[in-house]
Ligand binder design. Structure first.
Ligand code: HEC
Ligand code: HEC
Ligand code: HEC
Ligand code: HEC
Length: 151
């Protein structure tokens, strides 16, 4: 009686270990082989298997640290507690909730409505005449200080 029980127990454990093992191994295997789609133009130089871990930790998770290790200008502003990326719009949200990837070269990673954008969140309030002029009057390539984005 006891012997049978131990055998059954062993078989039970073995099957479960195999199942658990497969669940652990399959996502890693798929991750290392398949990109869900092309990266956007701005990141197209990061295409290819050797670059996945520039953005991903193992197991497909996105690492915000890794994003910010390239986007050092943004990291600086966050450290200084300045700019839109430390505003209440962003706090507590994952980068990928606003900046998705793998939707093809023409995908806009930055999507926001210029008309309804609350400029106060940038830490620079638009007052008086500044409210009426076009965004591009101030936001022109010459005025962009981030060397990563200036190119
Ligand atoms: C420039 C950064 C970047 C690079 C490089 C990159 N990815 Fe991604 N990847 C992302 C982002 C951002 C998401 C999240 C998209 C979302 O959830 O909206 C993502 C999502 C994924 C997902 C889906 C994960 C999920 O939970 O649905 C897989 C799978 C994936 N990437 C695989 C790869 C592979 C394989 C490579 C290399 C060939 C790669 N990625 C390279 C940024 C990157
Ligand atoms: C290996 C360096 C590197 C990594 C890692 C990286 N980026 Fe970038 N990213 C760049 C470069 C370079 C550009 C600008 C390319 C250009 O337009 O000249 C860029 C552009 C962008 C832009 C602007 C896109 C546009 O259309 O103007 C956003 C948003 C962005 N990255 C978000 C992210 C996020 C989120 C992650 C993490 C998932 C990430 N980046 C990871 C190098 C990187
Ligand atoms: C609530 C939405 C939201 C979240 C969350 C968010 N962003 Fe952004 N991001 C934006 C918008 C809108 C812009 C365009 C305005 C600007 O330049 O700040 C932008 C611009 C950018 C740019 C290009 C401009 C620059 O300053 O370099 C990069 C790079 C970027 N985001 C990376 C990130 C990273 C990395 C994270 C996570 C740590 C993140 N974003 C989280 C909305 C978001
Ligand atoms: C009078 C000049 C001026 C006008 C007009 C203006 N901005 Fe700005 N904007 C600024 C300044 C200055 C900053 C702060 C830059 C910084 O912190 O590096 C800023 C910051 C931003 C940022 C956040 C950048 C970041 O990463 O924190 C966004 C997004 C933005 N403006 C969008 C707009 C939009 C959309 C319009 C038009 C509706 C507009 N701006 C009109 C001067 C202007």
């Amino acid at each position: 009686m006891d012997v049978i029980n131990i055998r059954t127990f062993h078989r039970f454990i073995t099957i479960h270990l195999v199942v658990v093992f497969l669940f652990l191994i399959i996502p890693c295997g798929v991750f290392s082989q398949l990109s869900p789609g092309k990266l956007t133009k701005a990141h197209s130089s990061l295409e290819g298997l050797s670059n996945c871990t520039l953005c991903h930790d193992l197991g497909a998770k996105i690492s915000e640290k890794k994003c910010l290790s390239c986007h050092t200008h943004l990291q600086q502003k966050i450290t200084q507690n300045k700019g839109y990326h430390v505003s209440k719009d962003i706090k507590g949200k994952a980068c990928i909730s606003c900046h998705s990837e793998h939707h093809g070269v023409n995908f806009e990673m930055i999507r926001f409505d210029k008309k309804t954008f609350n400029h106060n969140l940038t830490g620079y309030e638009l007052k008086g005449a500044h409210k009426k002029i076009d965004c591009t009057q101030c936001h022109s390539p010459e005025n962009i200080s981030d060397p990563v984005l200036k190119k």
